[in-house]
Write a new protein. Structure first.
Lengths: 295, 402
């Protein structure tokens, strides 16, 4: 059996695959954050709470309405996206002319409120959410046993990430959006409803978070903490990738998932901190992030 | 003249204060419930422990006896520095007399030290490390409910004896995980088994897939989960996903609470073997208390930690009433000398090293078809009598034991 640094290659590939799966969640979440920050200049600290809301929405849809996973994948992002629209319309709108910091404080406060409410209601141990029957079981790939559901996670998040990137970078709608954030007055003068675009963009970013939440439900516990645990790492991913760059956050998300996976094999005690160490290094060398541009 | 008067008054007050040694400090007994209110251990203790403490104060009848008792609560966030700062502030500024609960062994060890330095009292129900009655034992601390030695010898021993003789540990990388891994490894080796390896994961990990993969690669018959709360739930859930049990390995949940089983659901948790010191469905007295507790706790039934807090506070208040002082060292000494008796644990006793002993139970989680109602999760496999359940006093290395 061949070995790399004392770990059999077979085991290593298994860990890399797992790293890729984690990277999918990082990529999806950091994509939402990058969209919101890149296009709206809002630091959305509530992103983790919205991820949690997506998972809870799926759980409640199942518990109360018997609606299964596949419909939840569609409905939960829409429902949570609508709450995002409401938040933007009522609260965030007032803060655009002020410093970034106020947006951060508002969304941070929102995150604490949402998580506190859910924790009060549901406790912290989490709720079970079953893996949908079509995706249950696993395939023995030879070097590891891959649960089908985890394979689906990689596939779905790649599809959504690339779809979003395409939407923003290559379509006309995306072009309007990017123009609207560069120069809102001019774009508005052309007759495009800029405030509505901004609201919809925030809603879209939130919907992406909720989508990630629904996907996370079957494998991680649906718990009020799930957002708080992951959001810090996702912010690190976005900072490393470059705050405004869509492709940057996708690539960095998957890349950092891989690096974290490797760390878990060679030195698991550091698996929590390796991403922040990389962030510190990147900020020292390239403060705008790997793919970011100095504004 | 005015200055002299003020100084005399101040000196008089000082004398009055020191003269009041045989009395309750500040005329109020303050009980501080410190635990994880918002993280992975919040369901095990959390706000439920505050409810349990208040129920104890009520049932003790403090108001009728003319004793003023206050219950404070705070969140230590599973961080030892937060815990010890909180303990210091409580003891020095707020006049708290006794701290109860404190899950998360690293925080408990820190609070243990602060309590000893300040001569107060510490009734630890939530934390597990057997070091609290071993090398870290203190005349100001009673380890009330359970510890890693008891868990290792309950669950660990039972599993080894049924053929699980090769182990791989999944350990939470802090004081508790290390203590549990150490005590269980000892039991495994004593019974002729082997420990094939261990992987240490950070506290409050979401994703165990990588660690479970390493456990699979070790080909050990038993994967010992030396973690608790949200970590255990995630490990078990993800192990089911990776087909670990189907492939022939078994999981040993070394520390599992009723609330964890509730979070997992019986479908996933069925068949798990675990050791607990208390269960709500043991007898009429525990059932009645559990229902009262559930009414105040949003329908959620109590964990053994909640029962432990209730029992500890009752014994503490009885002792303070008898001694008429809340001086920590004196009260703890008297608590050790007095046998305990409460509606939840029945009769018990506290040893010189600060270890309370009571019978513990080996439970098996029921199948979904066997459960007749909410929280009806356990069947009793065995009862381990008090004398055998805990580490013999002479083996602990506690300096208080002569």
């Amino acid at each position: 059996m061949t070995e790399i640094f004392g770990i059999p290659t077979v085991a290593l590939f298994g860990q890399l695959l797992i790293g890729l799966i984690n990277g999918s969640f990082y990529a999806l979440l950091s994509l939402g954050l990058a969209v919101i920050f890149g296009l709206l200049n809002i630091i959305n600290f509530a992103h983790g709470a919205q991820y949690m809301l997506g998972a809870f929405c799926a759980y409640l849809l199942l518990e109360k309405a018997g609606i299964g996973y596949w419909w939840s994948l569609l409905l939960a992002p829409i429902i949570v996206g609508i709450t995002g629209l409401v938040i933007e319309r009522t609260m965030l709108k007032q803060l655009y002319k002020l410093d970034h910091l106020y947006g951060l404080l508002l969304t941070f406060g929102l995150a604490l409120i949402i998580e506190g409410l859910f924790r009060n209601e549901f406790g912290s141990s989490g709720q079970p959410y079953p893996i949908p029957a079509e995706l249950a079981g696993g395939k023995n790939l030879g070097f590891m046993f891959l649960p089908v559901y985890r394979g689906w996670v990689i596939f779905a998040s790649l599809a959504v990430c690339l779809g979003t990137w395409f939407l923003i970078e290559k379509t006309r709608l995306g072009a309007y959006l990017r123009a609207a954030t560069e120069n809102p007055q001019l774009v508005q003068a052309f007759g495009i409803n800029v405030p509505r675009m901004i609201t919809l963009t925030y809603g879209f970013g939130v919907a992406l978070a909720a989508f990630a939440g629904v996907m996370a439900g079957p494998i991680y516990q649906v718990s009020p903490q799930m957002g708080a645990n992951i959001i810090i790492v996702v912010f690190a991913v976005v900072v490393i990738g470059g705050m405004g760059s869509i492709m940057g956050s996708i690539v960095t998300g998957f890349g950092l998932g891989l690096i974290e996976g490797l760390t878990k094999v060679f030195y698991p005690e550091a698996s929590n901190t390796v991403i922040f160490i990389i962030m510190a290094i990147v900020l020292l060398i390239k403060p705008a992030g790997l793919f970011g541009t100095q504004k | 003249m005015a200055v002299l008067r003020k100084m005399t008054a101040a000196v008089a007050f000082a004398f009055a204060a020191t003269g009041a040694q045989a009395q309750i400090s500040g005329d109020v007994i303050k009980i501080g419930v410190m635990n994880d209110m918002s993280g992975l251990y919040a369901d095990i203790g959390g706000p439920g422990s505050v409810i349990a403490a208040k129920m104890a104060v009520e049932d003790f009848g403090a108001a009728k006896k003319g004793m003023k008792v206050e219950v404070l609560a705070a969140d230590h966030q599973n961080k030892p520095d937060v815990g010890s700062t909180l303990a210091r502030q409580w003891y020095d500024v707020e006049g708290v007399d006794v701290i109860v609960d404190v899950p998360t062994s690293s925080v408990a060890l820190a609070v243990n030290q602060v309590t000893r330095d300040k001569g107060k009292a510490f009734l630890v129900t939530g934390a597990a490390t057997s070091d609290l009655t071993g090398k870290a034992c203190s005349p100001n601390t009673i380890h009330w409910l359970y510890d890693t030695w008891m868990l290792a010898n309950g669950t660990g021993s039972a599993i080894v004896k049924t053929g699980g003789d090769s182990w791989f540990f999944l350990t939470a990388d802090y004081a508790f995980g290390h203590a549990l891994e150490r005590d269980t490894a000892e039991v495994v080796k004593k019974n002729g088994g082997k420990v094939l390896g261990a992987v240490r994961h950070p506290l409050s990990t979401q994703d165990f897939s990588s660690f479970l993969l390493q456990a699979q690669a070790s080909k050990a018959k038993i994967i010992g989960l030396a973690n608790a709360g949200g970590d255990t739930i995630n490990s078990i859930k993800q192990a089911a996903e990776f087909g670990i049990v189907q492939a022939g390995q078994n999981l040993a949940g070394l520390l599992v609470f009723l609330t964890d089983v509730h979070g997992l659901g019986l479908k996933t948790a069925q068949g798990l073997i675990l050791t607990e010191a208390w269960y709500w469905d043991l007898n009429d007295s525990t059932r009645a208390w559990a229902k009262r507790f559930a009414k105040q706790h949003g329908g959620k039934y109590p964990s053994m930690d909640h029962a432990g807090v209730y029992s500890a506070v009752i014994h503490y208040l009885k002792t303070v009433e008898a001694l008429k002082t809340d001086d920590g060292t004196k009260v703890i000494a008297k608590m050790k000398a007095t046998p305990t008796d409460d509606p939840l644990f029945g009769k018990g006793s506290i040893r010189q090293d600060g270890r309370k002993i009571h019978p513990v139970y080996l439970f098996e989680v029921k199948k979904p078809s066997e459960s007749k109602g909410p929280y009806d999760y356990y069947k009793v496999r065995a009862t381990i009598p008090a004398e055998q359940a805990f580490r013999p006093m002479k083996d602990g290395g506690c300096p208080l034991v002569k």
